[in-house]
Design a protein around this ligand. Sequence first.
Ligand code: PEP
Ligand code: MN
Length: 347
Amino acid sequence: MIVVMKPNATPEEIKEVIRRAEAMGVQTHPIYGQQRTVVALVGDLTRVSREVFNAMDGVRETVRIQEPYKLSSRTARPENTVVELAGGRVRIGGPEIVVMAGPCSVEDRQQTIEVAHAVKEAGAKILRGGAFKPRTSPYSFQGLGLKGLEYLADAREATGLPVITEVMTVDAVPMVAEYADILQIGARNMQNYGLLQAVGKVQRPVMLKRGMSGTIEELLMCAEYIISNGNTQVMVCERGIRTYETATRNTFDLNAVPVIKQNSHLPVVADPSHGTGYREYVPAMSRAAIAAGADALILEVHPDPDNAASDGRQTLSVEAFGELMTSLNRIAEAVDRYIGDRVLQLA
Ligand code: PEP
Ligand code: MN
C-alpha cells in the first residue's frame, strides 16, 4: 500500500505517517518524487487500516499496489528512476541512451585500458568487464579476481569512464563495491536472495540481469529484494532467456522492455551480446532494443574477439562497435532520445 502525501505535507506529517505504520509492524519506504511524496508500506498489511491513514494530516489518499512487487512498481513511483554515476555526469533512465561496452572478461591491464579508450572514443559512457566470471565449466577461465578489479580501476583512472563488473558471492560484495561503480548481478544469480540482500545494503548502483529461466515478474521481485534492503539505485537487464530455439544462444526477449517500462520505474538495460550469442546479430538487436524503449545497452567489445578469453563469438571488434554506434544514434533520434554527446535538439 502507498500513502500519498499532499503536495504541501510537512516533514512532520510524513514522519507521523511513518511512525504510525511502523507501530503497526510494517516496513516503510518514503519515496520522494518530483511530483509527490509517498510512503510505501510493505510487509504483512493485514492489520493496517487505510482509513487510519486517510484521516491523517497531510495525507491525500492511500492506494493498494496490486502487483506483488511494490517498491519497483510504477504505482509506487510514476516517475522513472534515474541511476546517477560519476557525480551526475552519467544518468541512466533519462533521455540519453547510455552505452556500456568492453570485454566479457578483464584479461590484462594494457588491453583493458586500450579497450576503454576505444569504446569511449566511439561514444560509450561506461566500461564493462568481468573480473569474477560465472562459467558453465569449472575448468574454464574464471576471471582475474582482485587483479581484474584493479585493472578496471586503472582504466577508469585513465579514461574517466565508470565501470560495471559482476559480483558473484556475498563475501566479495565489499571488495567489488570498493572498485566498481555499478555492481552487476549475473543471470545465474538473479534469485540468489542472500546476494540480493547484500547488494541491497551497499550504496552502489546495481544492474540485475534476468535469469535465463526467470519471468519478468520474478525479475522485478528480485529487484524488490535489493530495493527493500535500502538500495534504490537499481536497474534491470534483459539478456535473453532459454527457449527451444537453437539458432541463437538465447532468445532475446524484447517484449520485456515495454512490459517492464510499463509496470516499473526502474531503468531497463538491454544486452544483445548475450541475448543473441552471435556478433553478426548484435547490431540489429541493439537497434531493436532502443526502438523498443531500452534506457541503456551493454555490449561486449574486444580488440581481438576471436581470441577473447570468454564469449568471443558474440563479441564485437572495436571497429564494428564504432560503426554500430553511428547507426544507433539515428534510431535513438527516431524515439526522441540521443546517444553519446550528440544531443538531440527537440523542436
Ligand atoms: C556477462 O555479462 O558476461 C555475463 C556473464 O552475463 P550473464 O550473467 O547474463 O550470462
Ligand atoms: Mn559474457
